[in-house]
Design a protein around this ligand. Structure first.
Ligand code: PEP
Ligand code: MN
Length: 275
């Protein structure tokens, strides 16, 4: 299709005007979007097989089947842990096969698509890469589901247009995730823009999730924020879980341990908001 034809298309592909019914993404036997919720949980970074297995086992016991973990890490400082790369993805693949789980991990450049594809089920595009247009176009040409994070300073219009790049290239299996935006507030790591949820649900047909860990950066308010997300219409929640958060190689302050995860999950399930 020519650029001219694309410009003339009536409205955006992500728009509800273009497609009224909710997009439902199927990965293995999991369904994301539609009438049921999902919880995505796992460590910030994959650090070792032991670490990932411990988390995955606890998730599996709790009935949570989507495992997250970063192997290519977008760190603010070049001196911070950059992730295990392909080695980390191999660990993730092994653990997911053992425990029959769906996996999600971030890639940061088009060249990582080929490396990561055999190992993971869902590509994550991180907040810092929301407008990495080469990456959007390249992932748009794959058939894998994508979780697109909102940029820390992106308007919702910019967020939707970033998703449009993926759909325009033919990949319709796109989920959006609000992960907090940069404001003057310092009580939280970012400011969770809860209004993004009903607006994105109204304006797009894509599943909309909320990352309660990166948006708040603190463990003590994860539960109310997760409840707020679901009450506002989110299709699911992401939370970071680590066997021993103080020793974590990234985001040590915001990750919850297994016991805290179990309490969080029980309270969220008991709230009746998660179904
Ligand atoms: C992550 O989810 O691993 C991450 C780095 O988050 P964000 O891109 O939202 O900062
Ligand atoms: Mn993290």
């Amino acid at each position: 299709m020519s650029d001219k034809q694309r410009q003339n298309r009536s409205g955006l592909l992500v728009s509800r005007h273009n497609k009224a019914e909710d997009t439902v993404i199927k990965v293995k036997q999991m369904v994301i979007g539609g009438s049921s919720h999902i919880l995505i949980a796992g460590p910030c970074s994959i650090e070792s097989k032991d670490q990932l297995q411990t988390v995955a086992f606890a998730l599996k016991q709790a009935g949570v089947r989507v495992l997250r973990g970063g192997a290519f890490k977008p760190r603010t400082s070049p001196y911070d842990f950059q992730g295990l790369g392909e080695e980390g993805l191999k660990i993730m693949n092994d653990v997911a096969e053992e425990m029959d789980m769906v996996t999600i991990s971030e890639i940061m450049s088009p060249s990582q698509i080929e490396i990561a594809s055999p190992y993971i089920d869902i590509f994550q595009i991180g907040a810092r890469n929301m407008q990495n247009f080469d990456l959007l176009k390249a992932i748009g040409q794959t058939k894998k589901p994508v979780l697109l994070k909102r940029g820390p300073s992106a308007t919702l219009k910019e967020f939707m247009l970033a998703a449009e790049y993926l759909l325009d290239q033919g990949n319709e299996q796109v989920m959006l995730i609000e992960r907090g935006i940069r404001t003057f507030e310092t009580a939280t790591r970012n400011t969770l823009d809860i209004s993004a949820v009903p607006i994105l649900k109204q304006e797009t047909h894509l599943p909309v999730l909320v990352d309660v860990s990166h948006s708040t950066g603190r463990k003590d308010i994860l539960l109310p924020c997760a409840k707020a997300a679901l009450a506002a219409g989110a299709d699911g929640v992401m939370v970071e879980v680590h066997p021993d958060p103080p020793s974590a190689l990234s985001d040590a302050n915001q990750q919850i341990n297994i016991e805290e995860f179990q309490a969080f999950w029980k309270d969220l399930s008991d709230s009746g908001l998660y179904h």
